[in-house]
Design a protein around this ligand. Structure first.
Ligand code: SAM
Length: 353
């Protein structure tokens, strides 16, 4: 396909914020270094138009690595007997928040495996305590699939946002990445119920997961466009040595950047992190992600002694600019490319809190 046709698609995507499925497929299959340059420039400009040259930070607290699920890609899947399991106490979590607050963080993300022993009531109390101690902060949950009344209870306690990646919008592909008891349908039901309850909702997928096709990626993009989440988390799949997918190759950094840029143009106002997985595969992952249209980074705020235990994939970064205590070096990296870090909850535009 001639490169001026690809440029025409990119220019139209930047202007109209939509492309058809065949056009998205052409874009994914015919991109080049030159077309990526144009795509990233448009995406960056779009992000700057809405958010300025600001990057929002979220403090990530990995509160439990127990999980009842057995997702084939994930290092903390229940069948992995080599994981040393931990569960933070409510006081541990509050201590992390206090440390994060001092560092200027105004969003705390509580992420964990689907640990049903971390009972719903206990998490409700943790959410209320965080909101009581830090009323100017947002609480984001990422605790997997739960019943709608539990999502409601957590929202009532003060949780503002919820991250639940759909992982892949193709039911057949979903089935190859997950055990039979998990389904795309129930994942989507959770997402719709979270939205209905009133959360700011995030979804997303891994780039380069086993058997993923370009057509699957187009389905992901179109699902996201239709669902209109407030946040989208994408990062490359990275193999973990103790999973059934240990021998599969990692996803591509360049394709991840391309998809970030396309997402920015499809949903101009979306909150879009340059993820830890991207920064694990490329030492400049944060900077490259921001320059491709991302506007969020989630430094790790978990207690240092548990970080190595929350190993979703091999070599996961949790130190240096990936860590909350490394915020100064993260800020310096962002300053190098002309961006600053406001002390702000960083809500989705138009969301009243
Ligand atoms: N249990 C919650 C859930 O299911 O949403 C949150 C924790 S889960 C470990 C967070 C995300 O990690 C998943 O949505 C998945 O996309 C990502 N993840 C897991 N294993 C991964 C891998 N090997 N490579 C890249 N990302 C991975």
């Amino acid at each position: 396909m001639p490169s001026n046709d690809i440029s025409a698609y990119i220019n139209r995507l930047a202007k109209e914020h939509t492309l058809s499925a065949p056009e998205l497929l052409q874009l994914l299959q015919n991109s080049s270094e030159t077309s990526d340059r144009l795509l990233f420039e448009h995406a960056r400009r779009q992000a700057q138009q809405i958010f300025g040259k600001n990057v929002y930070l979220r403090g990530l607290i990995e509160f439990s690595n127990y999980c009842r699920n057995d997702c084939l890609y994930c290092g903390i899947r229940r069948s992995n007997k080599n994981v040393s399991r931990y569960r933070l106490t409510p006081e541990d979590i509050l201590t992390c928040c206090r440390a994060g607050y001092k560092l200027g963080l105004r969003t705390f993300v509580l992420q964990g495996g689907e640990d049903f022993a971390y009972d719903d009531q206990k998490l409700t109390q943790v959410i209320s305590s965080i909101k009581k101690q830090h009323p100017d902060c947002a609480v984001t949950l990422s605790a997997g699939e739960r019943a709608p009344h539990i999502y409601q209870q957590w929202h009532n306690a003060g949780a503002d946002r919820y991250l639940l990646r759909h992982e892949t919008a193709d039911a057949g592909h979903y089935g190859r990445l997950h055990p039979p008891e998990l389904s795309l349908q129930s994942r989507l039901e959770c997402l719709y119920s979270l939205k209905e309850i009133g959360y700011q909702v995030g979804t997303g997928f891994m780039v380069g997961s086993p058997w993923q096709t370009d057509e699957n990626l187009v389905q992901d993009l179109l699902f996201i466009k239709k669902f209109r989440p407030h946040m989208v988390g994408i990062g490359p799949f990275i193999p973990h040595h103790d999973t059934p997918f240990s021998a599969f190759p990692a996803g591509s950094v360049q394709l991840t950047l391309r998809l970030l840029a396309i997402l920015r143009l499809l949903l101009p106002e979306v909150l879009l992190p340059a993820t830890t997985a991207l920064n694990t595969l490329s030492a400049k992952g944060h900077q490259l992600g921001i320059l491709a249209g991302a506007n969020v980074i989630m430094p790790n705020l978990s207690p240092q002694d548990v970080r190595a235990k929350y190993t979703l994939y091999d070599n996961k970064r949790s130190t240096g600019s990936e860590a909350a205590e490394g915020i100064a070096s993260l800020k310096a990296q962002l300053a190098e490319i002309g961006y600053s870090v406001p002390v702000s909850r960083g809500d989705a535009p138009g969301v009243l809190s």
